[in-house]
Design a protein. Sequence first.
Length: 306
Amino acid sequence: MPPEFDTEPLDHEMSLPDDIEGLTLPGLYVGLEIPLLAPGDGIVTDRHHASADRYEADDPQNQIGGMVSPFPLSGWLRHGCERVIQVAGGTACHPGEANADYMLEDVYERDLDAGYHEKGSCVDDDAGCVLYDLFGGFNDRAGRLVRRPLRFSPIRRQVDVLQGEAEAHYRQLNTQVRSRNAEDDGQPLRMASRDVVGNLVGTWKLSLRELKPEYVGLLVEAVDYLDAHSDEFELQLGGARNFGAGMAEARVINPLYTDAEIKRVYNRAQDATSGMTWKDDLWRESVRQQFVKPLQERVNGDTGAT
């Protein structure tokens, strides 16, 4: 049986196929393929690495796994959600306080003019906008969306995509920052190190504390938007964007898939089954719209997001 959705107060009824079994909801899997990820301080590793002159690919010291913090991932996803709402004609809940000490003059007012409403203003006379619901962050109310760390390992058999894990390779880059002044002739100024993850392929697992169709619709639309605009500077994932890090290919894995089918997506020895192809067609032609339409209704009806 498909799970039950809370459709109040929207004038919308869910009509998912009864013969679908193993729906991932209330979990959603975001499939990621990222050539280079450099989230700054957002990487925690589980062991030391060998120095460059003693590197051996099969040495356990170089089989470094770890986790990527959910914070850069969450910020990236929220940017996508904001853009989707703004494109739909609404305004996004501002993540910052109006009285914060901004370095630039009138920065908050310019944000409001660019498609945001003041943080928390949507709850003055209403329940709040959909971004307030999903990400929370004020009024002592936790967000309805649970974002987990992304665990990674360079060893494929140790990766469980059903737990939001990815195959990836950790490296610590050490570079010299040199002067750009012509009279300095490229003089080294300092050494800089950066933790990066390369060739990341796997899933990031999200969970919803409450099942509302507009929540699913916004997440699906946001991930599609981020994928379509992955080369835009402000929508790249993590830091070090000036040398191409954070250009992510992303998609929400079909929520109609069973656990076995999700695993099959990442099994290089297996192709998609006819059942998976049927579910892809079903999702694209009818089921996806069951979630996107309530999102459109919610954005048009939010007092703080119109």
